[in-house]
Design a protein around this ligand. Structure first.
Ligand code: ATP
Ligand code: MG
Ligand code: FE
Length: 354
């Protein structure tokens, strides 16, 4: 099948075309991402109204570019998939309406894609890894440990009780006077820093339930920064390094706990796999540490290439293709859902509505 994917849930407008072979192998024919950061930067964060308008202004152009890049026409498409949640409602509506319009005009199925399911399934596209697996999902709005049992079948083991990890990176960056998006900026500074200068907490370490917390860490970072103000470049680098190390230690501890639970729940007859996905999965120190942990615990380790960790439409098209194969298509009046927990997504196929 050949599926067009649309992503408009936050501050990236993206369109992509992905092919899925009957063997289950996936291939990206074209993938275009346009970030809106320049438009939001003056406001220090994503402004929903600006985001929605920016999606409207460029989505049709991106669709055309993606089709041209893939060298396919609308008639070659098997289905159209769009993110319908969770995310900012204005952007979600833009993507959903565009996808539905194309589906209706060409008489092909429309597929509602859960943004987090798309992050969760990306390793199927990039590495051919199929469920079941233990997943750490770390993004701008979410921090969760889940057992992915199948497409649309998720069991949540843990979540954050306050900030998401990407949010913690972004807030730390802001506090240190680094630009947004914060994750890559903090990572770059941390490379030049000495984290041992500061003693920061490892939130939740040792707790039996694999939950996360980052609000306390953020406060500790603020205190350290305030004590030294005004900050030299070296101070910023050292605080960045200390923050990153605390995050890596805390997340590794939580993942180790989740591995024990997952190994027990999955049983001994399936290979143990550990997958990391979402924007923060691009972080090199986190990848390295979790890869080591997985190896030590008998799990294979899988993470998408850095450019497919953050938001993109190839993952939306791929999740759409995986759903299409299973007959999980949606009616043209499928709603957008700004709030939509992934584990509530374990509903069976809604049925062919188109
Ligand atoms: P969600 O997927 O939860 O709806 P989102 O789509 O906005 O949120 P993503 O695009 O998946 O989030 O990820 C963006 C987040 O990843 C941002 O918070 C960003 O700072 C963070 N991030 C990106 N690159 C890195 C990095 N190298 N190190 C740490 N964090 C990073
Ligand atoms: Mg984003
Ligand atoms: Fe995302």
């Amino acid at each position: 099948s050949i599926v067009l994917g649309l992503e408009t849930s936050c501050d990236e407008t993206a369109a992509a075309v992905v092919a899925r072979e009957p063997s289950g192998e996936g291939r990206i024919l074209a993938s275009i991402v346009r970030s809106q950061w320049e438009q939001h930067r003056p406001f220090g964060g994503v402004v929903p109204e600006i985001a929605a308008r920016a999606h409207v202004e460029c989505l049709d152009v991106l669709v055309r570019e993606a089709l041209n890049g893939a060298n396919v026409g609308l008639d070659d498409l098997s289905a159209v998939a769009a993110t319908t949640g969770p995310g900012l409602i204005g952007g979600l509506i833009v993507g959903a309406i565009t996808g539905k319009a194309i589906a209706m005009a060409r008489g092909i199925p429309f597929i509602s894609v859960h943004h987090l399911e798309a992050h969760a399934l990306t390793v199927g596209l990039t590495e051919g890894i199929a469920p079941p697996y233990l997943l750490l999902l770390v993004s701008g709005g979410h921090t969760q440990l889940l057992i992915v049992r199948g497409v649309g079948d998720y069991e949540r083991l843990g979540t954050t009780i306050d900030d998401a990890l990407g949010e913690a990176f972004d807030k730390t960056a802001k506090l240190l006077g680094l630009g947004l998006p914060g994750g890559p900026a903090v990572e770059r500074m941390a490379l030049k820093g000495d984290g041992s200068r500061f003693k920061l907490p490892r939130p939740m370490a040792g707790r039996p339930e694999p939950h996360f917390s980052f609000a306390g860490l953020k406060t500790a970072v603020r205190r350290a920064a305030e004590k030294l103000a005004p900050l030299s470049d070296q101070d910023v680098a050292d605080i960045s390094a200390a923050f990153e190390q605390a995050v890596v230690d805390s997340v590794s501890d939580r993942c180790a706990r989740a591995m024990e639970i997952a190994a027990a729940r999955l049983g001994s007859d399936v290979p143990l796999r550990f997958v990391v996905a979402g924007g923060v999965a691009a972080n090199q120190r986190l990848r390295a540490s979790l890869s080591e942990l997985a190896q030590a615990r008998g799990f294979s380790f899988h993470v998408p290439p850095a450019n497919l960790c953050g938001d993109n439409a190839a993952m939306i098209a791929w999740a759409g293709a995986e759903r299409l194969t299973r007959g999980m298509v949606d009616p043209l009046d499928a709603p957008v859902r700004p709030r939509w927990p992934l584990d509530a997504n374990a509903t069976p196929a809604i049925g062919a509505g188109v």
